[in-house]
Design a protein around this ligand. Structure first.
Ligand code: SIN
Ligand code: MN
Length: 262
C-alpha cells in the first residue's frame, strides 16, 4: 500500500487524508468482534463517559487483544505512515473512541501535539494519527471536524480542560479557532465502515456529540518517530506506550488469517 503523489499533496495541503475502502467488510467484522472483547474487560484503560457511564475510549488495545496487536502492524496503516515520515516509528497510542448512540459526548477543539508536548515531553509534531472507521460515520453520528490547513499555522494557543468531558484535554482557545476557520474553513471526515483516515499532530480537530441512534466507533493508532520519543512520563502506559521498538508491517491478510503466526 503506497500513497500516490496526489494523495500526498492532499495530505500536506489539507492536513488530513481520507482513504475510502481501506479495509473490507470482512476485516471490519473481525475488528468489531475484537472491539466487543476489549470493551467487556474491566480495566482503567476503558475510560467511560462522564454522564452515561458508557465506554468513551478504550486504550492500550494491542496489549489486550491479538487482533489489535496485528492491526497496529498492518501494512495499510504502517506503510503510508513510513512513507510520510521516512523514519523508524513506534506505537505511541492505540484506542477506539466509540462515541456511543445518544450519549457520546464532544471532543473539544484541540490538536494532539499539545498533549504530546505538554504531558509527554515530545519535542516535535511528527506523530501521525491513523484511523479506521469501525462503523459508518456520517454527518449525524459525531464525525471528526477538521480546520483545513490549520497545521500550517503551527501550534495554536491552548488551555488544559479537565471539566468539560471525562477525558482531560489541551484545548485550542476559541479566538484561535475563529481565526483558523476564517482562514482554512471546516471539513468533516465521513465515510463507510472500513474507511481510513490520516492526520498530523498539529491539525486542529474536534467532534460534536452523537445524538443519533448509531454508535460511531473509530479505531485510532498514533505512530511517532523513534527519534522523537517521549521524555516525560506523567501519563499512564495506555496513554503513551513506552516500547520504542520500530514497527514492522505484517502481511496484508494478517487480520483474516490469524491461524498464520506473524
Ligand atoms: C480525538 O481527537 O482523539 C478524538 C476525536 C473523536 O474521536 O471524535
Ligand atoms: Mn485528537
Amino acid at each position: 500500500m503506497h500513497l500516490t503523489s496526489l494523495q500526498l499533496t492532499e495530505f500536506h495541503e489539507n492536513g488530513f487524508l481520507l482513504l475510502p475502502d481501506l479495509f473490507s467488510r470482512e476485516e471490519v467484522a473481525v475488528l468489531n468482534q475484537a472491539k466487543e472483547e476489549v470493551f467487556a474487560q474491566e480495566t482503567n484503560a476503558n475510560v467511560v463517559e462522564k454522564k452515561s457511564g458508557e465506554v468513551r475510549t478504550a486504550m492500550g488495545l494491542h496489549l489486550r487483544n491479538e487482533t489489535f496487536a496485528r492491526l497496529v502492524r498492518h501494512p495499510r496503516l504502517v506503510k503510508p505512515a513510513q512513507q510520510i515520515l521516512s523514519e523508524d516509528l513506534y506505537v505511541q497510542q492505540v484506542k477506539i473512541n466509540v462515541k456511543s448512540a445518544f450519549d457520546g459526548e464532544a471532543w473539544q477543539w484541540h490538536y494532539d501535539f499539545a498533549t504530546h508536548h505538554a504531558d509527554d515531553g515530545v519535542a516535535e509534531p511528527l506523530a501521525l494519527n491513523l484511523h479506521v472507521f469501525l462503523g459508518d460515520v456520517s454527518e449525524f453520528n459525531g464525525p471528526l471536524y477538521f480546520i483545513k490547513g490549520s497545521h500550517k499555522c503551527g501550534a495554536a494557543a491552548s488551555h488544559h480542560d479537565t471539566t468539560t468531558t471525562s477525558y482531560p484535554l489541551w484545548c485550542v482557545d476559541q479566538n484561535e479557532v475563529t481565526e483558523l476557520v476564517e482562514h482554512g474553513g471546516l471539513a468533516s471526515a465521513t465515510g463507510a465502515a472500513g474507511t481510513g483516515l490520516i492526520f498530523g499532530d498539529v491539525l486542529v480537530h474536534g467532534s460534536p456529540p452523537n445524538m443519533s441512534p448509531w454508535d460511531r466507533p473509530i479505531f485510532s493508532l498514533i505512530l511517532n518517530a523513534v527519534s522523537n520519543k517521549q521524555t516525560s512520563f506523567v501519563r499512564p502506559e495506555h496513554k503513551h506506550h513506552t516500547d520504542y521498538t520500530p514497527v514492522t508491517p505484517l502481511a496484508d491478510d494478517c487480520l483474516l488469517r490469524q491461524e498464520v503466526a506473524q
